[in-house]
Design a binder for this molecule. Structure first.
Ligand code: BGC
Length: 763
C-alpha cells in the first residue's frame, strides 16, 4: 500500500531554488499533504516518526521480519535509520517501511558523512586550513552525491563547534577556533550537501551539530560539562550554527553538554527561544546519540521525565534512546506532554521527508545504477588531491629545504607509512581502501625509487594509548622492537640526502572520545627524532594529526615541518605533490598551535588584560599576565602558514577616516609575490574595537581573500567595512555597533599585521 506517496509531478518545486510564490504554493501543498497524512496516523505511528534507530546489520542478509528492527519498521514505529549503508540494505529497509507498514511512510536514512563518502577528503579541521570555501563546498557536494547514490538522505554534518582546546579529540571534525571562518565553512558545507534542490537525488539534508558549544567542554575532555557566559556564546560560539541556519540547514543536532547547567537536549531557551524564536529555524531538531537517556545521568530524572523535557524544549527526533516512543503513551494520558507538542514534532519530521522528495519517490536516492558514475570519479579524486594539498600547513622550512629535488635520495621513516586507512582520519565508514595509495608507495613512485624505508618506532609507548591503536595493528605488520627499529631507521637514513619522518598521531588518536592530555609527539617518536638528528642530515617532519600538536621540543631538531593532518583518499599523492614542489603549500592554521598544553586555551581573539606584558621586553614579567616558564604566544599562530614563495605587503590604505551609518570604508592592501614560484597568499583582515561598552577581543577576523600570484605579480586586495562588521552582542545581548575609533588590520596571519584606524560615527 503506497497510500501516502505523492505523484512525481507534485514533487517539483519543493524547495530552495524555487521562486517565492512557487515555494509558497509548494508549502501549501506540503501542508495539505501532511495534514491529511497526520489525520490518518495513530499515536504509535506518530511516535514512530520521532524514533531514530541505528542499523544493526541483520536485515541485509534477507528480509528477516522477525528481527527487532524489521518488526519495528513494519509496524511504523521507526521514522529514520542511521548507520545503514549500501543501497541493498537501505533499499530493503525502505521496502519494508513503504510496503509493509500501514501508511507506507518512507524512512529517512542518516549517516555521519563527515569528510567525504567514498572519496575521502581531508578531515574537516584540515579542510578549514585551506580557507578555500569553494573547494570545501564542492567537496561537500561530492560527498552528498556519493552518499545519496548509496541511498542516504541525511548527513550529520557539518560539525561547527568552535574549538579552542586541542586536547579535545573532536577538534578534528570542526573548523577550528574562529567564529567568522567557522561560519563561512558552516555555510559552505550546508550549501554543498543540500545543493539548490533538496529533493535532488544528488543532495542530502545537512544536520548542523552539536548545538551548542560542545567544543568548550571543560579540560578538553569529551562529553564533559560546558559553562560560559551568554555574551561569549553569542559573540564567539553561536555564529557558525547561526550561519548554517541562515544557509538553510534542514536539521540541527543537540549536543551532549549542559548549557547554563541544563543539558542542551532539554534546554528550552536554546532549542526554542534562540533557535526557532530568534533565528527562525524551520527544520527539525534531532538529539545526539542516546542524549535523552544520558540526561538521567545528568540528574534530570528518569527516562520518561528526560523525554518529556526534551520534547518540551524543542526536540523533534530521539536518536536511539527510544524515550519518546517508550514513554509518551503514558505521558500523554497523564497530561505530561500534549498531543499538540507531539504533533508539532511529527510535522517537522514529515516536512523534512517531504522536502527530501521521499514521499514522491522513497527510492529516489537508492540508485544502484548511478553509484559507479558518481563514486570516486576522476574529478572527485582531483578535487580530493587539491584540497588535501591546500590543507597542508608548512610550519617551518629552514633554508628552503622543501621542495625536494626529484633526484634527492630520501629515507621515509615512520609507523604509518605502509598504512592506507590511516590516511583517512576519523569518521569514514564508506571508503574503499583499495583505492588508497600508501605514503610508502607514493614516495617510491615520486622519488623514482630513490628511497629507503623503516618503521622507526612505535606510535606511542603510553600504556593507556598503545592498546587502543588496534586499527594500525590490523592494517600493517606493526613492530614493537624499539631498539632494532631505531637501528634500522639510522641505517635507512645513512645513505639518504634527506630524512622524511611521517610521524604524529594515528587516526584513532583524535575524533570522538579521543581526548588527550599530552598532545606533544609521543616519547617513542621524540626518541627517534633525537637519534636521527645525530646524523646531521636535513630532516622533514610530515606531521599527521587530528589536532594542533605541541611541537615545541622537537621543532629545533627539524629543518622543515609540514602539517598534513589526515589527508584522505588522495593524501599520499598530495603529500608528494607538496614535498616535490608540484604544488606550492598555502594552508593556514585555523587553530593556534600551543607551545605548551599549560597555555590552553590559546587563541588569537583573546580579551585584553589590564596587565599586558610589555612586548619590548623578553622573559618573565612580574605582575603582568604571563607564565613564569613559557611565553604567552602560541608556537604558531592562527592564520599562519608558509609558502615556497614569499609575499610582500604594501601599506594598508583606507578610503576614508570616517565611517557613517549606511556608509562604508574600503581597506586595501597590495600584495606582491616576491619569490620565484607561483603561490597563493591568504590575505587576512582583522578588526579591533578598543573602546566599547564591554571589553572586546584584541582582534577579530572579519574578511579574507586567497590570491594566486605569479612571481613578480601583484594584486590589490580590498575589504569593504560597513557598520555591520563592527557589530557585537553587548551585555543585553543586543547586536550593536558602537561609535568610536576602530582599528583594521591586514596581513598574512593573526600576528603579522599592519593596522590603520578609522572612526565610526553614529547619527
Ligand atoms: C556523535 C555525533 C554523531 C552521532 C551519530 C554521536 O556519538 O556525537 O556527532 O553524529 O553519534 O553517529
Amino acid at each position: 500500500m503506497k497510500k501516502y506517496l505523492l505523484p512525481a509531478a507534485l514533487c517539483l518545486a519543493l524547495c530552495g531554488s524555487c521562486s517565492k510564490s512557487a515555494s509558497n504554493g509548494a508549502d501549501a501543498r506540503m501542508d495539505e499533504f501532511i495534514d491529511s497524512l497526520m489525520s490518518e496516523m495513530t499515536l504509535e505511528e506518530k511516535l514512530g516518526q520521532l524514533n531514530l534507530l541505528t542499523y544493526n546489520g541483520d536485515i541485509a542478509t534477507g528480509l528477516r521480519h522477525d528481527s527487532d528492527m524489521a518488526a519495528e519498521v513494519a509496524r511504523g514505529r521507526v521514522g529514520g535509520v542511521l548507520n545503514a549503508r549500501g543501497y541493498k540494505a537501505i533499499s530493503e529497509l525502505q521496502h519494508l517501511a513503504v510496503d509493509s507498514s500501514r501508511l507506507g511512510i518512507p524512512l529517512m536514512f542518516g549517516l555521519d558523512v563527515i569528510h567525504g563518502y567514498q572519496t575521502v577528503f581531508p578531515i574537516p579541521l584540515a579542510q578549514s586550513c585551506s580557507w578555500d570555501m569553494a573547494a570545501i563546498e564542492e567537496a561537500a557536494s561530492v560527498a552528498a552525491a556519493e552518499a545519496a547514490a548509496d541511498g542516504l538522505d541525511w548527513t550529520y554534518s557539518p560539525m561547527v563547534d568552535i574549538s579552542r582546546d586541542p586536547r579535545w579529540g573532536r577538534v578534528a571534525e570542526g573548523a577550528g577556533e574562529d567564529p567568522f571562518l567557522g561560519s563561512c565553512v558552516a555555510a559552505a558545507m550546508v550549501r554543498g550537501y543540500q545543493g539548490s534542490d533538496l529533493s535532488s537525488p544528488r543532495s542530502v539534508m545537512s544536520c548542523v551539530k552539536h548545538f551548542a558549544c560542545y567544543g568548550a567542554s571543560e579540560g578538553g575532555r569529551d562529553y564533559n560539562a560546558v559553562d560560559m557566559s551568554r555574551i561569549r556564546m553569542y559573540n564567539e560560539y553561536l555564529p557558525p550554527y547561526k550561519a548554517a541556519v541562515d544557509a538553510g540547514v534542514g536539521s540541527v543536532m543537540t549536543s551532549f553538554n549542559v548549557i547554563d547547567f541544563v543539558p542542551a537536549t532539554a534546554n528550552k531557551w536554546l532549542l526554542s527561544d534562540l533557535l526557532r524564536g530568534q533565528w527562525g529555524f524551520k527544520g527539525f531538531v534531532v538529539t545526539d546519540y542516546t542524549a535523552i537517556a544520558e540526561m538521567e545521568a545528568h540528574g534530570l530524572g528518569d527516562l520518561a521525565e528526560c523525554s518529556r523535557r526534551a520534547l518540551k524544549a524543542g526536540v523533534d527526533m530521539d536518536m536511539i534512546a527510544q524515550g519518546f516512543i517508550g514513554t509518551f503513551d503514558k505521558a500523554l494520558q497523564q497530561g505530561d506532554v500534549s498531543q499538540k507538542e507531539i504533533d508539532t514534532a511529527v510535522r517537522r519530521v514529515l516536512e523534512a521527508k517531504y522536502k527530501l522528495g521521499l514521499f514522491a519517490d522513497p527510492f529516489r536516492r537508492i540508485a544502484e545504477h548511478r553509484i559507479d558514475s558518481v563514486k570516486l570519479t576522476p574529478e572527485s579524486r582531483t578535487l580530493a588531491r587539491r584540497l588535501a594539498a591546500e590543507s597542508f600547513v608548512l610550519l617551518k622550512n629552514s633554508e628552503g629545504l622543501l621542495p625536494l629535488r626529484r633526484d634527492a635520495r630520501v629515507a621515509l621513516i615512520g609507523p604509518i607509512c605502509k598504512a592506507r586507512k590511516q590516511l583517512q582520519g576519523t569518521w569514514c565508514v564508506a571508503a574503499d581502501y583499495s583505492d588508497y595509495l600508501t605514503l610508502h608507495d607514493a614516495f617510491a613512485e615520486a622519488s623514482g625509487g630513490r628511497m629507503t624505508y623503516a618503521q622507526g618506532c612505535r606510535v606511542s609507548d603510553n600504556e593507556r594509548v598503545e592498546p587502543v591503536l588496534d586499527a594500525l595493528r590490523r592494517e600493517v605488520d606493526y613492530r614493537t622492537d624499539d631498539e632494532a627499529m631505531l637501528r634500522e631507521a639510522v641505517q635507512a637514513a645513512r645513505g639518504a640526502d634527506v630524512i622524511l619522518l611521517a610521524l604524529g598521531e594515528t587516526a584513532e588518536m583524535s575524533g570522538e572520545s579521543n581526548s588527550m592530555c599530552d598532545i606533544s609527539l609521543p616519547a617513542t617518536q621524540k626518541r627517534l627524532i633525537a637519534e636521527l638528528s645525530r646524523l646531521g642530515k636535513p630532516m622533514v617532519l610530515l606531521n599527521f594529526s587530528g589536532r594542533p600538536n605541541v611541537l615545541t621540543d622537537v621543532e629545533p631538531q627539524l629543518d622543515a615541518i609540514l602539517n598534513v593532518w589526515f589527508p584522505g583518499t588522495e593524501g599520499a599523492h598530495a603529500i608528494c605533490d607538496v614535498v616535490y614542489g608540484d604544488f606550492n603549500p598555502c594552508g593556514r592554521l585555523t587553530m593556534s598551535m600551543p607551545r605548551s598544553v599549560g597555555q590552553i586555551p590559546v587563541y588569537y581573539a583573546m580579551l585584553p588584560t589590564g596587565r599586558p606584558v610589555d612586548p619590548a621586553k623578553e622573559g618573565y614579567q612580574m605582575y603582568r599576565s604571563n607564565y613564569m616558564d613559557v611565553e604567552n604566544s602560541p608556537l604558531y599562530p592562527f592564520g599562519y602558514g608558509l609558502s615556497y614563495t614569499t609575499f610582500a605587503y604594501g601599506d594598508l590604505q583606507l578610503s576614508g577616516s570616517k565611517l557613517a551609518d549606511g556608509g562604508k570604508i574600503v581597506a586595501k592592501v597590495k600584495v606582491t609575490n616576491t619569490g620565484t614560484r607561483r603561490g597563493t597568499e591568504t590575505v587576512q583582515f582583522y578588526i579591533a574595537d578598543p573602546v566599547a561598552s564591554v571589553s572586546r577581543p584584541v582582534k577579530e577576523l572579519k574578511h579574507f581573500e586567497r590570491v594566486a600570484l605569479d612571481p613578480g605579480q601583484s594584486a590589490e586586495v580590498s575589504f569593504e567595512i560597513t557598520p555591520e562588521q563592527l557589530a557585537f552582542y553587548n551585555s543585553d545581548l543586543n547586536l550593536v555597533a558602537e561609535p568610536g575609533e576602530f582599528r583594521v588590520m591586514a596581513g598574512s596571519d593573526s600576528e603579522r599585521l599592519q593596522s590603520a584606524s578609522f572612526v565610526y560615527e553614529q547619527r
